[in-house]
Design a protein around this ligand. Structure first.
Ligand SMILES: NC(=O)C1=CN([C@@H]2O[C@H](COP(=O)(O)OP(=O)(O)OC[C@H]3O[C@@H](n4cnc5c(N)ncnc54)[C@H](O)[C@@H]3O)[C@@H](O)[C@H]2O)C=CC1
Ligand SMILES: O=C(CO)[C@H](O)[C@H](O)COP(=O)(O)O
Length: 298
């Protein structure tokens, strides 16, 4: 299969590498020339514009967008608008709001698959978890690509109609916020409580057989190993917040009570300094997303 990939940053480069490794062809474009050159080094055919990318794809175009959610997705779709027809497929693998995805699916000539992507840059080796919404034929057609990008056949599934992939990913991120908050609070009590504890040792012990073992807890272990039990100069500023906000907004609209996710979101927005839990969350976002770690001023 031949896949066009638009957006070759932390996540898009992994899509390119994994699709190439599975024996497919990739045509790659990014606004950043260096990212295009890196994709070409990996074996992709470089494109210097979306028009050029489209020209290098066959009649039935399969295109994966991995650009930042929001205007960049609409900009790419605007550029594609005149060349897409009903036999073509566009995947949006970013963290788009599900209502934007429904709107785009309705206004795009091509079959539109909204694809929630989880796993972060660690997915380079492991593959991602993919939550996909949109037409069944398009999902079936792109199954070889999803097999390659995901951990394998069990790492992706069609959630349902347009928007459902990004809806499931939105809720996933709300859960992610609450889990980070829970680990942060537990380690804050351990850090500031009665005993002088090695928190890497605690996390490692929990990760080996404990009820609360998880990848996020492995990232806690990594953070304490690399930063120390006091988290060194890791600041208590936690960036992000959009996907958690959407989860809470949707819960309010559906009259579903999500106190843990709301509280975790509120913690991000609160301005109190020196919360250990926020500093750990700041460091964990580096662990799973290679998001920049905010450091304290000297
Ligand atoms: N980093 C992570 O852990 C995860 C990110 N995501 C989502 O995946 C998407 C991509 O994220 P990252 O790769 O982390 O971002 P990134 O910032 O590393 O890469 C985005 C790339 O898109 C390019 N770009 C922006 N606008 C463009 C346009 N109009 N045409 C072509 N290229 C364009 C940029 O030059 C950049 O190379 C986002 O929606 C993000 O929320 C989803 C799951 C995890
Ligand atoms: O989707 C992700 C992880 O699953 C990304 O890392 C995302 O950036 C996290 O969301 P936010 O920036 O809203 O905290």
């Amino acid at each position: 299969m031949q896949l066009g990939v638009i957006g070759l940053g932390r996540m898009g480069a992994i899509v390119v590498d994994r699709v190439l490794d599975a024996g497919h062809d990739v045509v790659a474009f990014d606004l950043d020339d260096d990212a295009v050159a890196a994709a070409a080094d990996a074996g992709a055919t470089p494109a210097d514009s979306i028009e050029d990318l489209v020209g290098k794809l066959g009649d039935e175009k399969r295109i994966w967008l991995m650009v930042p959610a929001g205007p960049a997705v609409d900009a790419a779709l605007d550029d594609l608008e005149d060349v897409l027809d009903a036999d073509d497929i566009v995947v949006d693998g970013g963290n788009s709001h599900f209502e934007d995805s429904v709107r785009r699916a309705e206004s795009t000539e091509a079959a539109y698959l909204d694809c929630g992507t989880s796993g972060g840059p660690a997915g380079a080796e492991l593959g991602f978890s993919l939550m996909i919404g949109g037409p069944e034929w398009a999902y079936d057609e792109l199954t070889p690509v999803f097999d390659a990008v995901a951990t394998g056949p069990a790492g992706h599934d069609r959630m349902g109609a347009a928007g459902s992939g990004h809806y499931v990913k939105m809720v996933h991120n709300g859960v992610e916020y609450a889990l980070m908050q829970a680990y942060g609070e537990g380690f804050e009590l351990l850090a500031e409580g009665r005993y002088d504890l090695d928190l890497e040792a605690v996390a490692r012990t929990w990760n080996n057989g404990a009820v609360i073992r998880s990848w996020l807890l492995e990232l806690c272990e990594e953070a304490f190993r690399e930063e120390g039990s006091d988290l060194g100069d890791v600041d208590d500023h936690v960036a992000g917040g959009s996907t958690g906000t959407w989860t809470v907004q949707e819960a309010l609209e559906q009259e579903i009570s999500l106190p843990l996710i709301y509280q975790a979101l509120a913690e991000r927005f609160a301005s109190r300094d020196e919360r250990f839990s926020r500093r750990l969350a700041n460091r964990l976002r580096y662990g799973f997303g290679r998001h920049e770690v905010a450091r304290k001023e000297e």
